[in-house]
Ligand binder design. Structure first.
Ligand code: ZN
Length: 184
């Protein structure tokens, strides 16, 4: 990541809105933001291969669900945070992955400039690619600060997105099972 570019960019934005970048409170701001971006965009330099590579052999053939995975991401249209919960399920086909690795996979994709729709699809596709399950399903519920702080200003509005792959896409009952498990 090019921190100097980020610092220059932040200085330009502050100047653009009419701020005095030499005043005390703003002096360290470009550097602070550059360091923060290293963290919140860390997924730019990561692949879902790392968390999903190590799998365990299993006879389990029923749904594995990890729900309420908290995430924070950044909307690529406004560079404003959006955050909420990810629910992930898959039907193993000989392989499972450590449960914490599903949360790690969410982090890899969330820590990039993102769209909620795209984040949902990328998680589902990564599961299909690295675990080769019979199916995968991802539901994300999130609040977008670019919607709640500006524009239509509707605090608390939740955007929900869904991606289904394999049996979850083919079989309506599987989708119903997902939502049933989610409520337990
Ligand atoms: Zn936005």
């Amino acid at each position: 990541m090019d921190k100097e570019k980020i610092k220059n960019g932040v200085r330009l934005i502050l100047e653009g809105i009419g701020e005095d970048t030499s005043r005390e409170g703003l002096l360290e701001t470009p550097d602070r933001i550059a360091r923060m971006y290293e963290e919140i965009f860390a997924g730019m330099e990561q692949s879902a291969k790392i968390p999903l590579e190590k799998t365990f052999t299993t006879d389990a053939t029923e749904m594995v669900m990890e729900k309420d995975i908290t995430f924070y991401s950044t909307c690529e249209h406004h560079l404003m945070p959006f955050f909420g919960k990810v629910h992930i399920a898959y039907i193993p086909q000989g392989k499972v992955v450590g449960l914490s690795k599903l949360a790690r996979t969410v982090e890899v994709f969330a820590k990039r400039p993102q769209l909620q729709e795209q984040l949902t699809v990328q998680i589902a596709d990564a599961l299909m690619e690295y675990l080769q399950p019979k199916g995968a399903m991802v539901v994300i519920e999130a609040e977008h600060t670019c919607m709640t702080m500006r524009g239509v200003k509707k605090p608390g509005t939740v955007t929900a997105t869904m991606a289904t792959r394999g049996v979850f896409a083919e079989d309506e009952q599987m989708k119903q099972d997902f939502f049933h498990m989610l409520k337990i």
